[in-house]
Design a protein around this ligand. Structure first.
Ligand code: CO
Length: 161
């Protein structure tokens, strides 16, 4: 089953999400994550954060360069001084593109669905997507990071986050 993306003016997209307790008995984490992957793929995105489907928790998923990530309570440990500019898309703002400057690589930490803590260095599109999703769970959208540029919808389908 796919989930509904909340409208762009929803409060949950603009507030800091709560830490996620993977052992919480009243939360079916596996079902949520499975449905988030379905929703992301159906929408043609590469990343999706819990608040985008109305869940105020520090959790996001991404599929970038053939690799699936489930990131629980994620954080950036270190970011490069070098930066890149990229026109980002976002599933919560269909058809919009924003040119955003971000560190080129990041060392990150997050918990996996099985409770293991990962420490990894991401670069390229994986680093870019991780930072975009981390913004989401901090209540920050790409519109807070730059100015929307006009791009036709059909050009923006492949890399929405
Ligand atoms: Co987004």
């Amino acid at each position: 089953m796919s989930l509904e993306l909340v409208p762009e003016d929803s409060k949950v997209l603009h507030e800091r999400c709560e830490p996620f307790n993977p052992r919480s008995p009243d939360f079916n984490l596996e079902m949520l994550v499975t449905e988030m992957f379905i929703t992301m793929k159906q929408s043609g995105g590469i990343g999706l954060a819990a608040p985008q489907v109305g869940v105020n928790k520090r959790l996001f998923i991404m599929t970038v360069e053939g690799e699936d990530f489930i990131c629980i309570n994620p954080s950036i440990v270190k970011a490069s001084k070098e930066t890149d500019f990229l026109a980002e898309g976002c599933l919560s703002f269909p058809g919009k593109r924003v040119l955003v400057e971000r560190p080129s690589w990041v060392r990150v930490r997050y918990q996996t669905i099985t409770g293991i803590t990962k420490n990894v260095r991401l670069r390229g599109m994986q680093a870019r997507c991780f930072q975009h999703e981390l913004d989401h769970i901090n209540g920050v959208t790409f519109l807070d990071r730059g100015k929307a540029i006009d791009v036709a919808l059909q050009h923006s389908r492949s890399q929405d986050q």
